[in-house]
Design a protein around this ligand. Structure first.
Ligand SMILES: NC(=O)C1=CN([C@@H]2O[C@H](COP(=O)(O)OP(=O)(O)OC[C@H]3O[C@@H](n4cnc5c(N)ncnc54)[C@H](OP(=O)(O)O)[C@@H]3O)[C@@H](O)[C@H]2O)C=CC1
Ligand SMILES: CC(C)CCC[C@@H](C)[C@H]1CC=C2C3=C(CC[C@@]21C)[C@@]1(C)CC[C@H](O)C[C@@H]1CC3
Length: 418
């Protein structure tokens, strides 16, 4: 199996061994978190309260519910979109087209769920179904990745991703071989990245809030904050859906187990960890502390959105008055790099904002347990690793200009620290 570039791309994630370990470790961590969040001691580093048997994990009804959810999101994806955007130029100089209707899918899902709840759907019962649902999602991710791997065997070389075609089946299965696997115009990676997982995450959060209201009479302030912050984050991602077309996930990485599991299982079932924790471990939170936490989230969001919008506006139209005055470095590709504004503070200001928000999502859970801080810890590791991968890609793209950018903006994520 030759690399699409002729020469083999360097192995990432620790090569085949690292990929095999991650394929076991990631689902194990997700189930560990689901079990521990509902246990009394809620110890991140302790053993799980029990090991669930097949009768707890396997449920045909939950598999059906999961497929109904995927089917609903796929149907919403296929609805007419307010805009159809073009992706980055591919190796064969063509550009794929993508529907921009993610926010519409979120609103329509909210309407449908609202109608179903008012007709008697017991959404508050969902938290009890998380284990078999997570199992259904994990199983789907494994089978789906296998089908994607097989599909790539008949794909033309130009459709393969730069990584993920090492010739080692475990590594390639993990990273994904085909860059943009599609059936007709249905793009699997783009669909999975933003719809079932992200919208599923806020739906699980809402179910946990409703269950808390049933148990304790009303949702706690901490639960409101976690729900509000994460809804803002998901709403923002879907509102700015087009921006995902320039992320490395879409332009560089193949679609394999890493993204299939990450999008379909990891995001909904682990990103909702704080709300899961709060349902089983209510935390007192006064208004003054809640205001401070809201301020932290607002600062994080301001940096995150400011940085992302500045780069996206600049990439779309460098003469836009909002970015035209910013200082830039020319590169041999004809593109320029921003060296003032947010992108002159650190080389990844959007990651800094994202991490500040991650802190604000954990703080409502108090400081008695490490468990709700799992997201912050995992996300720091993910972004540090992602930043290093992006750095390599930028160095390959921009060469000397990237060196100059690193000299002018020496810190990566946190000014004067990292
Ligand atoms: N919650 C979660 O689990 C995750 C959230 N995220 C968030 O998603 C968002 C997107 O992140 P991600 O895809 O990693 O990457 P970025 O949006 O940070 O994009 C990196 C790219 O931006 C361009 N770029 C870098 N520096 C400059 C500069 N100085 N001037 C102009 N362009 C520059 C380069 O591409 P080019 O030059 O080709 O345009 C580079 O490859 C972030 O806000 C991140 O925090 C990401 C991962 C997971
Ligand atoms: C579990 C694995 C080790 C890694 C899985 C990674 C995925 C969960 C993430 C890879 C890139 C992502 C992005 C987002 C969500 C998480 C995944 C899918 C966003 C959609 C989150 C919202 C932001 O506004 C945009 C992000 C793009 C990248």
């Amino acid at each position: 199996m030759a690399s699409p570039q002729g020469s083999r791309a360097p192995l990432e994630f620790g090569g085949p061994l690292g990929a095999a370990a991650l394929m076991l470790l990631l689902p194990a961590t997700m189930f560990h978190l689901l079990l521990v969040a509902r246990s009394g001691p809620a110890r991140l580093l302790g053993p799980p309260p029990y090991l669930p048997g097949p009768e707890v994990l396997w449920s045909p009804q939950m598999l059906l519910l999961w497929f109904t959810w995927l089917g609903l999101q796929a149907a919403l994806y296929l609805l007419p979109a307010r805009k159809v955007a073009e992706g980055q130029e591919l190796k064969d100089k063509s550009r794929l087209r993508y529907p921009i209707n993610g926010f519409q899918a979120l609103v329509l899902t909210a309407l449908l769920v609202g109608l179903a709840v008012s007709a008697g759907l017991p959404l508050g019962a969902l938290p009890e179904m998380l284990l078999p649902l997570a199992f259904a999602a994990t199983l789907t991710a494994f089978i789906f990745s296998l089908l994607l791997y097989l599909k790539a065997l008949v794909a033309p070389a130009s459709a393969l991703a730069p990584g993920g075609n090492s010739g080692n089946p475990i590594y390639d299965f993990f990273l994904g071989r085909e860059l943009n696997p599609r059936i007709w115009s249905f793009d699997f990676k783009y669909f999975c990245e933003l719809r079932p997982g992200l919208i599923g995450w806020v739906l699980i959060n809402l179910a946990l809030l409703m269950q808390e209201a049933e148990l304790r009479g009303s949702p706690s302030l901490a639960m409101w904050l976690v729900n509000g912050f994460q809804l803002l984050y998901v709403g923002d991602a879907l509102w700015h859906e087009e921006a995902v077309l320039t992320t490395m996930d879409i332009t560089h990485d193949g679609f394999g187990f890493m993204l299939a599991f990450g999008d379909l299982a990891w995001v909904p079932f682990t990103y909702s960890l704080q709300a899961q924790f709060l349902l089983h471990h209510p935390q007192p939170l006064g208004l003054p502390m809640a205001s401070v936490i809201c301020l932290i989230n607002a600062v994080g969001y301001y940096i995150f959105r400011g940085a992302n919008s500045q780069k996206n506006t600049f990439r779309k139209n460098p003469s836009d008055p909002r970015v035209a005055g910013l200082e830039t470095i020319p590169t041999a590709t004809g593109r320029q790099l921003l060296v003032s504004g947010w992108w002159g503070v650190v080389r990844h200001p959007n990651y800094l904002g994202d991490l500040i928000m991650a802190l604000a999502w954990s703080l409502p859970c108090g400081v008695s347990h490490l468990l709700p801080y799992f997201y912050l810890l995992y996300f720091t590791a993910l972004l540090v690793h992602r930043e290093a991968r992006d750095e390599q890609q930028c160095l390959r793209k921009y060469g000397l200009a990237w060196h100059e950018y690193c000299r002018r903006v020496p810190y990566r994520i946190l000014p004067y620290v990292y």
